[in-house]
Design a protein around this ligand. Structure first.
Ligand code: AMP
Length: 433
């Protein structure tokens, strides 16, 4: 009886999955895969984009990672290719997705793999920084969908390992970042190798005039779908600011990380060097941390991400570009060790938490010299994060001895702030929730 009731409830759940995505035109094989992934409701960008894309329209999507945009383009893309039921020819992919970073390319590929698991469609990714031979082999076997970063793709195209003349769907993901990273000429050269008759999609978190110009060049009478990151930011994420001098930021960060509410955190620094330094000091303080930035090899970046994903390190220290597009669930907190130069980056950074409807918190450590940047962020998000006064716990006695040795005479902290620390050291690894 109980079993039957449970089965009926599960059926009702499946029914709901079917109906919601079914009404958008998503077919059975894909709905089954969505059910496996636990996607019960389409996100706003999926509701708006999927029916239009299934009709073959071009699309301009203003949305950042975290909105469900990957599935919004992957579902109709795979479904159209599957319906056409054509065999891909060697070296001639039928669809191309361009992404600015290797991490994003890998993530898109993972999403394609899970969403397309009940089809026979073939896809692969080609990225720089790793051997090209396996990539050449998978191109030679014929691919339905190719996910690529621009540099390696052009490289392989010039060696005639890939021919883009049969691309019927082209997706540019994170177009603003593609342009920021200097890929504009590469992107145009790639687009020029695809047929004019293709369906084109462009996604961008922000819409500066360069991206708008590229969109005009690329898209034919596009549908525009706008999922405003500003609303998302303000509504879902608990944002706080702590005013703290640069010299005390590391200690403040460690103090905040020791709070039990923090289960998994990303810390943003402005520079690669800064990311390394902060991660090293966290490790020294017994807090499992990994740094990720553009100077690290592809393998080192994957290792760091993996260690963060599986919980060996529960803090990831990242620069903006490295973290863009990283999709890791259950990041409870984002910390801005410094505020970014561009206020838009603040929105991208804090969007790493509160993914797919979850709650999240974002703390910014702001030195008095960063007040101007804080105001720029507030103007952009039309909101002032809560200012929280936090007193740092007294220093560790061992640290103090060391500090007083290093500090010039007269600059030591007043004696009453030097009581022996009672601060709890946290385990290197967080227990499973
Ligand atoms: P994206 O914006 O594509 O990076 O997606 C952000 C996160 O949302 C990813 O972890 C997806 O797996 C997840 N996601 C996408 N669509 C849905 C959905 N309909 N329901 C629940 N989670 C989703």
């Amino acid at each position: 009886m109980v079993v039957q009731a449970a089965a009926a409830a599960a059926d009702a759940g499946n029914q709901r999955v079917s109906n919601d995505f079914e009404s958008l035109g998503v077919g059975g094989a894909f709905r089954r895969a969505l059910g496996d992934k636990g996607y019960t409701q389409p996100t706003p960008i999926q509701t708006q984009a999927i029916p239009q894309l299934l009709q073959g329209k071009d699309l301009l999507g203003v949305a950042q990672t975290g909105t469900g945009k990957t599935a919004a383009f992957a579902l109709p893309l795979l479904q159209r290719l599957d319906d056409e039921n054509l065999r891909p020819k060697p070296r001639r992919p039928r669809a191309l997705i361009l992404a600015p970073t290797r991490e994003l390319a890998l993530q898109i590929h993972e999403e394609l793999t899970s969403i397309g698991r009940y089809t026979k469609l073939r896809h692969a990714f080609i990225i720089g920084g790793v051997s090209q031979n396996p990539q050449i082999r998978s191109l030679a076997q014929g691919l339905d969908v190719l996910v690529a970063t621009p540099g390696r793709l052009l490289d392989l195209a010039s060696q005639r390992h890939v021919d883009l003349s049969e691309v019927s769907v082209l997706v540019l993901d994170e177009a603003d970042r593609l342009l920021d990273m200097g890929f504009v000429r590469d992107v145009k050269r790639i687009v020029a190798q695809t047929p004019n008759s293709r369906q084109s999609l462009l996604f961008s978190a922000t819409m500066p005039k360069e991206v708008a110009a590229l969109a005009r060049e690329l898209l034919d009478d596009p549908v525009r779908v706008d999922v405003s990151p500003k609303e998302m930011t303000v509504n879902k994420i608990d944002q706080r600011v702590v005013m703290v001098d640069n010299a005390e930021k590391q200690r403040m960060l460690e103090h905040l990380l020791r709070d039990d509410d923090v289960s998994r955190a990303i810390v943003f620094t402005r520079t690669k060097h800064g990311a390394n330094k902060v991660a090293r000091k966290l490790e020294n303080a017994g807090i499992g941390a990994e740094a990720i930035h553009g100077n690290k090899s592809q393998n080192a970046r994957q290792r760091a991400l993996q260690s963060f994903k599986n919980g060996d390190a529960w803090v990831l220290v990242a620069t903006d570009i490295a973290a863009r597009g990283i999709d890791i669930d259950a990041v409870s907190h984002v910390f801005n060790y410094e505020l970014p130069h561009e206020p838009e980056s603040y929105v991208h950074r804090i969007g790493r938490t509160a993914r797919a409807g979850a709650a999240g918190a974002a703390w910014s450590l702001v030195d008095p010299s960063e007040r101007g940047r804080l105001r720029a962020v507030e103007r952009l998000i039309k909101f002032s994060p809560t200012l929280v006064p936090i007193e740092l716990p007294p220093r560790d006695p061992a640290e103090l001895t060391q500090a007083s040795r290093q500090q010039p005479r007269g600059s030591a902290r007043p004696p009453d702030s030097r009581r022996p620390g009672t601060q709890r050291r946290r385990r290197r690894r967080r227990p499973a929730a």
